[in-house]
Design a protein around this ligand. Structure first.
Ligand SMILES: [Zn+2]
Length: 257
């Protein structure tokens, strides 16, 4: 009987130990997923990797230009005298040329976010992906005169980027920009302004440079509402707002080969 109790206790102990190990592994895995790549070449400093005392935030808006939402965001950015970056979709520029021009004239960064934004199509081959970026670059250049070298993968570069692909992108003068803060307003545009602001606060406190992913789709009305609070939050923490430009060192997620 006594032996039975001891072996039961021992069994419980092993079960608990096993669970602790499993949870530790899951925890570590999840946290590691959150580790964003610096550049592989240690000689190159990425935009988030420059170790001076400056705190910089790059606000970025994907999927535009759109009529109402992009204009409203631009109004707020102007009011706060803050520069951001818009990763534009080539096909969305049809009919919104004036908004693209406004983005450019008001000093914001312009990045390329494919032509179709159709995952199935653009991830079917690296050539199609690159063609879409180049086509969007030409369209932006036709309207603004500005030739952008900066790109963002729809959904992020993870699972798509490898060293051979990166080399091809570089040959086409394209630099990759992922993010290290995510508002999650792309997957869920209806998140409350409170939740959006809360997401803006979620980042590693060791980061002195933040790249914040936001969206300017027609349904991102809550992002518009949250933007003043997000700007004030980073301002209060002493962050300086800058646009991403062709000169910025790229920032992409870690990949294996
Ligand atoms: Zn997108």
């Amino acid at each position: 009987m006594k032996n039975n109790v001891i072996s039961k206790r021992r069994l419980n102990f092993y079960i608990i130990l096993f669970l602790i190990v499993i949870f530790s592994v899951i925890y570590k895995f999840t946290i590691n997923k959150d580790v964003y790549s610096k550049n592989y070449n240690s000689d190159i400093k990425s935009v988030v990797d420059i170790d001076d005392d400056k705190k910089i935030v790059y606000l970025t808006f994907d999927d535009g230009p759109t009529h109402v939402v992009t204009n409203q965001l631009l109004d707020i950015l102007k009011k706060f005298n803050v520069k951001a970056t818009f990763f534009v979709v080539g096909k969305e520029i049809e009919g919104t040329e004036d908004i693209l021009l406004r983005i450019y004239k008001e000093g914001h960064g312009i990045g390329l976010h494919t032509y179709s934004h159709n995952y199935k199509k653009l991830y079917s081959s690296e050539e199609i992906f690159i063609d879409e970026m180049l086509k969007t670059r030409e369209k932006v250049k036709d309207i603004t005169g500005y030739s952008s070298n900066i790109i963002r993968f729809p959904g992020g570069s993870a699972k798509h980027l490898n060293s051979a692909f990166l080399e091809k992108l570089h040959k086409n003068n394209l630099k990759v920009f992922d993010w290290n803060v995510n508002l999650c307003d792309g997957v869920n545009p209806n998140l409350s302004t409170y939740r959006l602001l809360d997401n803006a606060k979620k980042y590693r406190k060791s980061y002195s440079r933040l790249i914040v992913l936001m969206h300017c789709n027609f349904n991102n009305k809550n992002t518009v509402k949250a933007l003043p609070k997000i700007i004030e939050y980073y301002k209060d923490l002493g962050y300086e707002f800058k646009p991403l430009t062709n000169e910025c060192e790229e920032y992409y997620y870690k990949f294996k080969k």
